[in-house]
Design a protein. Sequence first.
Length: 167
Amino acid sequence: MANFRFTKTDYFGTLVVPITSTLVGLTILCFQTISPIVPTLIWAFCCLALGAVVGFLFGIPKIIQQDSSLPANEQTSYKQLVNTNLEQISDWLTKIIVGIGLVELRRFPELLDRASDFIAKGLSESPQAKVLAAAIIIFFLVQGFFNSYLTTRMYLTGAFLRADNPS
């Protein structure tokens, strides 16, 4: 697998589609009339960044440290191993996030409602501001997660592969 190459579909799926859909969401926010644009965009970018961090954590590839399928006499006595601290931290955090998420899933509507109320207060006095705030939270969290997950899986995996096999 040393000849790791990206296809046009890889670039399209990890760059064009996520970036275009994020820009469409931001463009829609720029033309909405409910609230001031600056706080709206700030909240959108905050949700995008939060989703991106979680997507990055979920997208970090696992690295196999030792080939246990080799007979003991073919394994070398010294082998430099890859530092997997980032992988281990990612693994722990994703388990914590999934565990807490499953436990608190029943409270999701309540938490979304509270977060929407909080954001809507800074956007406008309009009753539609709460709906816009909920849409910002959901859309940009999901966009950030998927953009970051796909980018991490596609490009970081290849970068790790090239770093571990420089020849």
